[in-house]
Design a protein around this ligand. Structure first.
Ligand code: PNS
Length: 150
């Protein structure tokens, strides 16, 4: 039984995240999407809203669970008895941060391995930060942008 955690802020969830979720849940037996409840950050969507959105988009994926967490990712991974962490890589600009995070996590908990999936090319431009910026100025444009990609 292979269980992985796909952690993130998901503020909000994007088609890029959904792409990684769909591909990951074919590789592992169970995928836990860990939604960070970071009290130091000021998210646009509350953790409850982010969990709700993720549950809605993953409702047809039977081996995916959505669970909020706070504190360290490695502690959450240990609590969930997860075998690995999955992260998506969009471009070289993601690499430095992801490398540092995976090495730190590995140092904190040598049992936690990180596996990277490269984002599908049609979503490599997409980020929650961009979606948030557009959402704050205009509610219909992110939807228009997402529908065009489907
Ligand atoms: O979607 P994001 O914001 O890029 O996800 C970042 C996330 C949630 C994976 C990362 O910030 C995280 O794991 N935070 C939990 C705190 C932690 O464990 N920090 C040490 C790892 S460097």
């Amino acid at each position: 039984m292979l269980r992985a955690i796909y952690p993130g802020s998901f503020d909000p969830v994007t088609y890029g995240h959904y792409d990684i979720i769909c591909r990951s849940c074919k590789i592992v037996d169970e995928l836990i999407v860990g939604v960070l409840n970071n009290k130091a950050k000021m998210p646009l969507f509350s953790v409850e809203e982010r969990v709700k959105m993720l549950k809605e988009v993953t409702k047809d994926l039977p081996n995916v669970r959505i669970i909020p967490f706070d504190g360290l990712l490695v502690d959450f991974a240990e609590r969930m008895d997860a075998d690995m962490v999955i992260r998506g890589l969009r471009a070289i600009t993601d690499f430095e941060y992801e490398l540092q995070m995976s090495q730190t996590n590995h140092k904190l908990s040598p049992n936690v391995e990180t596996m990277f999936l490269t984002t599908s090319i049609e979503y490599s431009y997409l980020s929650s930060t961009t979606v948030r910026e557009i959402l704050l100025s205009s509610y219909h444009r992110p939807l228009q942008l997402s529908l065009k990609r489907r």
